[in-house]
Design a protein around this ligand. Structure first.
Ligand code: ADP
Ligand code: MG
Length: 335
């Protein structure tokens, strides 16, 4: 027993040493905002809790590796599959009153924030790194001036068969049809401001690894200076670029399920890109190279970030995250 305690003492670094390391290093570290897709956390719809836990752990292993390389990480995440599951439970159960989308979004920030925070904390502990992880419940003010609320465009949740879709439409739900069936569509307005940005910035500068603005943030608007939630979802990559600018990040890394961004995606002449300038990226968007609700907002977010003073943005996959940061993988969006 005594021997075991000695063993632990020898292995552990003295606390004061670790504290110094944490404060000194953050100043010299490259600050980076990393956005991970909801699908990197859970397979759509069916993913069971064990599977989700394992996926989150794999994700956090990579993130801890990035922190260990000297990056000061702020993490944000998607919530598509998770919010879809909450809606499915509400719709199919019939016993409880469905909650509005802002409340559903807040739920996903809580459940994913908890899981990521615990898992990342454990991964950092295994590396004997003394960094504290904290999740901030984050509201994001959205732009309600345009037509995004009258003409909802973002499909979310389950696919429904015709008869069920007709019932839902009769009850006032907006639905769109694609090749897989009917899906609910909701507004996806532009994010304008992160309500908790001051608190996030303080935590980051104190050396915390912060998880924030999950699922693109809880959508809110300001009425006479007061906040109120709205029935919408926000693109997590667009909010990610806002977060990156507001914490003064040098880099913005978007991790999804493709290693690189392509031109002529899915065609015979598909071309994977190593790099594009913001001007080129804007032109490619106009030419329609990127999926509307998938790759296009990522590229737009990269452009936004660089235009707001960021050094460059990278789009790649979780598996290629470190090589992408070292410049040997992924697609960079530069000035
Ligand atoms: P996430 O859940 O990580 O946000 P999305 O599914 O929204 O991921 O976006 C990533 C997807 O974008 C890829 O799986 C790919 O199928 C699609 N995509 C659309 N256009 C392109 C493109 N031009 N290059 C690469 N991937 C593209
Ligand atoms: Mg997406």
């Amino acid at each position: 027993m005594l021997l075991l305690l000695e063993d632990i003492k020898v292995k552990r670094k003295p606390i004061y040493h670790i504290r110094i390391k944490a404060t000194i290093l953050t100043e010299n570290m490259t600050r980076i905002v990393i956005a991970i897709g909801g699908n990197a956390i859970l397979n759509p719809v069916k993913g069971n809790p064990e599977e989700a836990k394992q996926k989150i752990d794999e994700t956090c292993r990579e993130i801890a590796g990035i922190i260990d390389k000297g990056y000061d990480v702020v993490l944000t995440h998607g919530n598509g599959p998770q919010i879809g599951n909450i809606l499915a439970m509400q719709e199919e159960c019939g016993l409880v009153h469905p909650q509005p989308l802002d409340v559903c979004g807040a739920q996903t920030q809580g459940m994913l924030g908890y899981s990521l925070q615990q898992s990342l904390d454990n991964r950092l502990k295994r590396r004997r790194m003394d960094r504290k992880v904290i999740t901030v419940l984050t509201q994001v003010v959205v732009d309600d001036s345009g037509s995004s609320f009258e003409n909802p465009t973002k499909p979310i949740g389950l696919y429904y068969q015709e008869y069920r879709a007709q019932e839902m439409i009769a009850l006032g739900t907006r639905m769109v049809k694609d090749k897989n069936g009917y899906r609910r569509v909701v507004p996806s307005p532009e994010p304008v401001q992160i309500v908790e940005d001051e608190a996030i910035k303080k935590l980051v500068s104190e050396g915390f690894t912060v998880i924030a603005a999950g699922g693109g943030g809880i959508p809110v608007i300001r009425k006479n200076g007061l906040l109120t939630g709205v029935e919408a979802v926000i693109d997590k990559d667009l909010t990610g670029s806002l977060l990156a600018a507001s914490v003064g990040a040098e880099l913005f890394l978007i991790l999804t399920d493709v290693d690189k961004v392509s031109l002529n995606y899915g065609e015979d002449n598909q071309l994977e890109l190593d790099e594009m300038t913001v001007l080129e990226a804007g032109r490619y968007i106009k030419e329609g190279h990127f999926g509307k609700g998938s790759m296009e907002p990522k590229v737009r977010s990269g452009i936004n970030f660089v235009n707001s003073g960021g050094r460059y943005a990278i789009i790649s996959s979780l598996e290629k995250a470190l090589p992408a940061l070292e410049g040997t993988a992924g697609t960079r969006i530069i000035r």
